[in-house]
Design a protein around this ligand. Structure first.
Ligand code: GLP
Length: 244
């Protein structure tokens, strides 16, 4: 789906999400959303907040699982994904705090495998992810599934690619301050979602979007595995779609 602007794309996707939330709510059922961070989903979250404030969209029946979190950052760190999600979405809507799930960034290495296994199990116990929201990194990563992540990977600790660290450096005030590792859902976790919606904006994403959509399905571009997903859509602005 190609739109003139990120705002148009974000509005269209937010309308779909609102329809899903409302139809489940009418049946007294929960919706499980997989959520993403980064600059890309910001207009989408702004539109969800608008729908909540101006059109009465309630998130009381929403359970959320975030894709990833940096290792070593406490909740109050401004670059932690916990902080990002509360600042840009959760603090402005009526989602129940107990329904919000993010990987923990503050575990000792030895405790991470059990935490990751419990995260996977909790997703299963909630009935699986109905809709997974994604951005895409310039390495082709979804979540933090860097090149080398195949479609059997599940939630785990990963090392960040040098390009990812370079892209994150300005926000952290230098490459040396960017965490070296993160916890991320795996490609298999993402592929397990019933529907996947990936957003990308701007000419910097055009080349990796082209590889993900039209290139071979390869371990070198995690987003290329979405070609095998039965219900995955890309929401692009015209700049990000320029190489298609
Ligand atoms: C980060 C996140 C990804 C995100 C990507 C792109 O590394 N872990 O989930 O999609 O960066 O970020 P941006 O949307 O800021 O371009």
């Amino acid at each position: 789906n190609v739109f003139d602007t990120p705002q148009d794309a974000a509005k269209s996707l937010a309308a779909e999400v609102a329809a899903l939330i409302r139809s489940r709510s009418a049946e007294n059922k929960q919706v499980v959303l997989g959520l993403a961070t980064g600059a890309t989903p910001l207009p989408f979250y702004a539109e969800l907040i608008r729908l909540h404030k101006e059109e009465g969209l309630s998130f009381a029946n929403v359970v959320s699982f975030n894709l990833d979190e940096y290792c070593g950052l406490p909740h109050e760190h401004k670059e932690s994904y916990w902080y990002f999600m509360h600042q840009n979405l959760f603090n402005h809507i009526d989602i129940k705090p107990e329904n919000v799930n993010l990987p923990s960034g503050m575990l000792a290495d030895a405790d991470i495998p059990a935490h990751c296994a419990a995260y996977e199990q909790k997703i299963k116990d909630c009935g699986g992810i109905d809709l997974q929201i994604l951005g895409i990194g310039r390495t082709g990563h979804i979540g933090f599934n860097e090149p080398g992540s195949d479609d059997t990977t599940i939630t785990r600790q990963v090392h960040l690619d040098d390009l990812t660290i370079t892209d994150a450096a300005p926000a952290f005030g230098g490459k040396e301050n960017v965490p070296a590792t993160a916890i991320t859902m795996g490609v298999a976790t993402i592929m397990g979602a019933r529907k996947v919606a990936l957003m990308a904006w701007g000419d910097k994403k055009a080349s990796i979007v082209q590889k993900a959509v039209e290139g071979p399905v390869t371990i070198d571009v995690a987003a290329s595995y979405l070609q095998k997903h039965p219900n995955a859509s890309f929401y692009l602005d015209s700049a990000a779609a320029a190489d298609l």
